[in-house]
Write a protein that binds this ligand. Structure first.
Ligand code: LCV
Length: 285
């Protein structure tokens, strides 16, 4: 069955998809088109460059819950057509400034990544424009990523003075070659779509004019397969790829090092500089 892709016009705020019991606030940061077998989640906060705020992530996870209820068989995660910025990553204004871990287990970004990784159907990131920080990890954690040549990908903790978390580093290391992981973490610079393809950040690089048809053809092909077999294979891959022996002492050491960073003046300086729209002045303390 050829699946003609649905443009954003079919999408609607998430709450209109929820049954009458949904009493949440009006939602529009994520648009959802959840007509099975394929759903489309559209990041819809261009004014803030689709920053992964608590509010946006709440809608994203709610949209995935609706997809699960409706037994959608593949999900396309996209931004609006032609965006320059797919997502600017974690909402920097929401990073904790009071000595709390900025990327703890219950941080909204971590919740979004878990929601994608634990969703029973494949989630396909369809990417145009630049992708930053935690959004880069979100794309990498999607089951497939298909990008246009305008896409770039940047890991940005060093730009902000943030200590990335162990689970996130491992998830990125599982997907991307180590030399590229180091370059991205250490330079904070975006890599091109071509480089992202070569480093397995993305599965396919296609011309912008073919991006939607290519993505929805693949999404449609997935819906022709056994959903139970796919759900089990996806969960097996998640559990087996996360299986890493790490002694409690090693984990405590990582957390201790990270605490030194998020307790530092440089961590506060990184956030302050972004908010003041100026380059940070690092002191190394
Ligand atoms: C809040 C934003 C953001 C934003 N948060 O538009 O991986 S980690 O560890 O670093 C993790 C903690 C993480 O993911 O951190 C976030 C990493 N992201 C970045 O470093 C990207 C920060 N953003 C930018 O560099 C620029 O915004 C880009 C290049 C994405 C787009 O530049 P452009 O000139 O098109 P503006 O910078 O003018 O942004 C438009 C509005 O979106 C807000 C930004 O503050 C501005 O708001 P105002 O109009 O109120 O000034 N914005 C952008 N990114 N991550 N808010």
């Amino acid at each position: 069955m050829g699946f003609e892709h649905r443009c954003v016009a079919h999408a609607a705020p998430v709450d209109s998809m929820r049954s009458v019991c949904w009493k949440g606030p009006p939602m529009s940061l994520v648009l959802l088109d959840a007509e099975p077998p394929v759903a489309t989640l559209t990041l819809n906060h261009d004014e803030k460059r689709n920053a992964l705020s608590c509010a946006l992530i709440s809608e994203l996870t709610e949209a995935l819950a609706i997809c699960r209820e409706r037994e959608v068989r593949s999900v396309v995660l996209r931004a609006r057509k032609g965006v320059k910025v797919w997502s600017a990553g974690h909402d920097i204004s929401e990073l904790p400034k009071n000595g709390r871990d900025p990327l703890a287990y219950n941080d909204p970004l971590e919740q979004a990544i878990r929601a994608v990784r634990e969703h029973p159907a494949p989630v396909i990131a369809m990417v145009e424009g630049s992708v930053w920080g935690g959004a880069c990890e979100l794309v990498i954690c999607c089951d497939l990523a298909i990008a246009a040549p305008t896409a770039t990908f940047a890991l940005t903790p060093a730009r902000l003075g943030v200590p990335y978390n162990a689970a996130g580093v491992l998830r990125i290391m599982n997907e991307v070659d180590l030399s590229t992981v180091k370059e991205m973490f250490f330079t904070g610079r975006p890599i091109s779509a071509e480089r992202a393809l070569a480093s397995e950040v993305i599965n396919h690089l296609v011309p912008a004019e073919e991006l939607e048809s290519f993505t929805y053809e693949m999404a449609g092909a997935i819906t022709q397969m056994s959903p139970l077999s796919i759900a089990v294979a996806k969960e097996q891959i998640r559990l087996l790829s996360d299986a890493r022996p790490l002694s409690p002492e090693a984990f405590e050491r990582i957390q201790g090092m990270r605490r030194t960073v998020y307790d530092s003046g440089d961590y506060r300086e990184g956030i302050r500089a972004f908010m003041e729209k100026r380059p940070p002045r690092w002191t190394g303390r």
